[in-house]
Design a protein around this ligand. Structure first.
Ligand code: GTP
Ligand code: MG
Length: 620
């Protein structure tokens, strides 16, 4: 008899380690981090290393089946089998953080009422042991009537036992058909009181926990969550990150820049003049190399973000910022989605599913792209390096790093203002900030490495696909049609791109943009970084050290006011089709998406005009 693969679903409180287990069992590389609400979407994969085939679903965390936010709704709908197009899970794997058994058991006892087969994984057994918590797993298994396995997902401990439990369940429940459960309220019938009574009974009988004592973590918490010292510390942490992005990356960037320069020179020297040479040197090498140079900066930025994510600090920062954020119509709940938007607005906007207040969620979506995403970093860096002198301020700070920091702050302040304005249109009810503080942990080098590899890969894939393709298209548009024989200007002026740029230019006249800058805005709609290769193409820059050469060309042909206006444009403009698409999907509203696109373009326009006019006036 051939065995059919059953569906197993990982269910549990946020941050208990479901995704860590999922990655171990399936070999996937889904995102793991030390704060609640990392997973917001289901994810499926086949379990490896079991003797019977089994499929595993990783779910967002939830405290209960009576849900309040969208990510929890995803979890509940899948558990009950109410998600359209998805079969109900055959077996639930309830994951419980062993250091917080009481909270976990509440969900387990709710799930028990559903009558689905269940396995209990007591994860973070290592952390429980370190705190001196002892759990009698056999007693627990008997009390709840399901198999219990101790696991340590960060070290593979207990995963063999978990695979065996999956095998046993596969054999045992083979051929039974899981049904859709329509009445999740069934579990509510039992009073909350009797639920808690049962939890107390179980923990009293099977758990020995030493009395709480003050640890280094508590002391650290007192400092980082202090309303004043904590805010100063947070500010310093962020400042340090931007300094590092600028200062540390420079030598490696020069190296990459140099090697592309050499390559391009070699092509220029070896190939005969003609279209192939132009294409390779100006289209391909300049386009791809121009963006690839920024890899070190992106890696450094992500290194710090991953460090913060894995340490447990982010949830503290969310509490710290809860009050100031409420002042503008958001709350600490939106902090992590907004912080994620510094990497990329797309996952940031998806992470707003964890925000329980639907109005706050919409505001967070609307302002998320004002957080400076990593695709803007290359554009900022290039222009800053060309126009801002590389000098020290107050002996320690680098002026270029400070300028970069100021651009990030401009985004944050604008987001606060925009949120505040959007809030005026709504009356609000209060959703208190209920977030579990994860334990502080030393970031695991393993997670850091995996995370960095993943981000590097995403960036390289982007360079190799969309950026490459756009560079080629742009090169073609700016090379054809060829200039007439009696041409006096540069070849590009006669090309399609040149004509298009001139067509757009009057619109951008008030902010001082040249027609070359207008051309660069078009491919940058698909990926902001392409603005760089586009500028290189339209200004026909090539040769030895490409990025430096482009900087010099820009330094000569733009004035400072134009450069600042271009930066201001990039702070606001929704120059990213992927973001617009995800706003459409997450809001499920065409008018909200239209509003989103329009207000950001309008903001970009106004900001660029003001920047240009004011700085021209100041400098004249
Ligand atoms: N010490 C210890 N840490 C663990 C263990 N399993 C997971 N972690 C850590 O716990 C944190 C949360 O892990 P995730 O796998 O993201 O948790 P999750 O349940 O998927 O969280 P959500 O998606 O937010 O619901 C991460 O920092 C992990 O490194 C474990 O067995 N022991
Ligand atoms: Mg997860």
């Amino acid at each position: 008899m051939s065995t059919q693969a059953l569906r197993f679903a990982l269910v549990g409180n946020p941050n208990c380690g479901k995704t860590s287990i999922f990655n171990r069992l399936t070999g996937a590389r889904a995102k793991v981090a030390n704060y609640p609400g990392v997973t917001v979407e289901r994810r499926t994969g086949p379990v490896s290393g079991t003797s019977t085939p089994a499929n595993l679903v990783d779910l967002p965390g939830t405290y209960s089946l009576h849900v309040s936010s969208l990510d929890e709704k995803v979890a509940r709908d899948i558990i009950l089998g109410q998600m359209a197009g998805e079969a109900p899970p055959d077996v639930l794997i309830a994951v419980v953080d062993a250091t917080n058994l009481r909270l976990g058991l509440r969900l387990v006892l709710e799930l028990e009422k559903l009558g689905r087969p269940m396995i209990l994984a007591l994860n973070q057994a290592d952390a429980a042991e370190r705190r001196g918590i002892k759990i009698d797993t056999e007693g627990l298994a008997e009390a709840i009537g399901i198999p219990v396995v101790e696991t340590v997902a960060i070290r593979r401990h207990g995963l063999k036992a978990l695979r065996e439990a999956i095998d046993q369940a596969s054999t045992r429940y083979q051929g039974t058909q899981a049904e859709v459960i329509s009445d999740a309220g069934a579990s509510r019938k039992e009073s909350v009181e009797s639920l808690y009574q049962r939890i107390e009974q179980i923990t009293a009988a099977h758990v020995i926990a030493p009395p709480d004592k003050i640890t280094w973590q508590d002391k650290l918490d007192r400092f980082v969550m202090h309303p004043i010292a904590g805010l100063i510390a947070l500010f310093m942490v962020l400042l340090l990150i931007f300094q590092a992005v600028f200062a540390w990356a420079a030598p490696i960037m020069d190296l990459i820049d140099g090697s592309f320069g050499t390559l391009s020179e070699w092509v220029a020297a070896t190939l005969p003049d003609g279209i192939l040479k132009d294409f390779l040197a100006d289209g391909l090498i300049a386009g791809v190399g121009g963006v690839l140079v920024f890899l070190p900066q992106i890696i450094i930025l992500f290194f710090f973000i991953l460090l913060l994510e894995d340490s447990g600090y982010l949830t503290r920062a969310a509490f710290l910022l809860d009050r100031p954020m409420r002042g503008v119509g958001l709350s600490g709940r939106s902090f992590i989605p907004l912080l994620s938007s510094f990497a990329c607005a797309v996952p940031g906007i998806m992470a707003t599913r964890t925000v329980p207040d639907p109005r706050e969620r919409i505001i967070a979506i609307m302002v998320a792209p004002l957080m400076t995403c990593s695709a803007r970093l290359p554009v900022y860096t290039l222009i800053i390096a060309a126009f801002i002198p590389d000098q020290k301020v107050w002996g320690i700070f680098n002026l270029q790093g400070l300028t970069l920091f100021a651009l990030y702050i401009a985004g944050i302040v604008s987001a606060a203002l925009a949120a505040w304005l959007l809030r005026l249109r709504h009356t609000r009810e209060e959703f208190p900030l209920l977030l579990e503080l994860p334990a502080f942990r030393w970031p695991s080098p393993y997670h850091l490495l995996i995370g960095l590899r993943e981000r590097t890969w995403v960036f390289l894939r982007r360079v190799g696909t969309i950026i490459l393709a756009l560079s080629i298209v742009l090169w073609a548009l700016s090379s054809f049609p060829a200039p007439p024989a009696d041409a006096t200007g540069a070849a590009i002026e006669y090309s399609f791109a040149g004509q298009l740029g001139r067509l757009m230019q009057p619109l951008f006249e008030p902010m001082g943009f040249t027609w070359q800058m207008c051309i660069a805005l078009i491919p940058a709609m698909a990926a902001r970084e392409v603005a760089i290769s586009a500028l290189a193409t339209v200004y026909a820059v090539g040769g030895e050290t490409f990025e430096q050469a482009l900087g010099q060309t820009l330094g000569q042909s733009w004035g400072l006011p134009v450069a600042l206006a271009y930066l201001a444009w990039f702070v606001y403009a929704p120059q990213c089709l992927a973001t617009i698409a995800v706003v459409r999907r997450e809001t499920n509203s065409r008018s909200a998406t239209a509003f989103f696109t329009f207000y950001l373009f309008a903001l970009a326009y106004v900001a660029a005009v003001i920047t240009y006019q004011v700085s021209s006036w100041l400098l004249s």
